[in-house]
Ligand binder design. Sequence first.
Ligand code: SF4
Length: 266
Amino acid sequence: MKGVIFSIKRYSVHDGPGIRVTFFLKGCPLSCLWCHNPEGISPEIIKTDRKDRIGEMEFSEIEDVGHKYSVQDLITIVEKERVFIERSEGGVTFSGGEPSMQLDFLSEALKAIKNIGIHTAVDTCGYTTGENLLKIFPCTDLFLFDLKHMDPQMHLKYTGVSNELILENYRLVAESGKDFMVRIPVIPGYNDDDENIYKLREMIIKINHKNLKKISLLPFHKIGSSKYKRFNMKYSMESIVPPSNERMMELKEFYMKTDIKVKIGG
Ligand code: SF4
């Protein structure tokens, strides 16, 4: 069995504990306006015209975004990094996109990585069936669960889907006894208003958070914005200014009033 992966990050320190290898699986059921991996939304392998410049000369090359990998390919990549992973108590993270879009491949890969004694994490937007999550529970040591907006209509407007299923699955993960972390992108004018921030915090506190290891507040940035042009996609966040350090500190302090560890960044 093969999966489609559009990026592999070695020495990743923002996708779970320690040094990790992060595999970005193609396909996402959401289309967040601020997504910085827009090339990962389509489940298909797409072609792009990559332009490079050396001095006055411009080079153009057609390349695939997304490549097929077998589970054994992944193991080979991970084994090369084992020493760093073990020394740092790190592991492997599956991100995307939404990794559960390739459920069979994800399950096989998680199982194989656990079998070689390496910690596994799954970064999910939560928009999948409960059955899909249950299928990967046994081989997932940690979930990174992304939360964006508490208002179903706003969630639909900004991400293309409502949040009901996501919140249902959040409860499933939180009450499962599995370790998990929450990731909240902070997008000025979209989800950083006091009301949403308050409601998100209340929801997190009310639901079992015994195994919640950390809340990461991820400030909006435009690092991936040039990709929209490259992939002929519309980017509507050009005029949005990243949140100030003061605002991020304010939000951090607000979340720190809970008994949960809070961090700005991953
Ligand atoms: S859930 Fe993540 S990967 Fe999917 S569109 Fe939103 S930001 Fe992009």
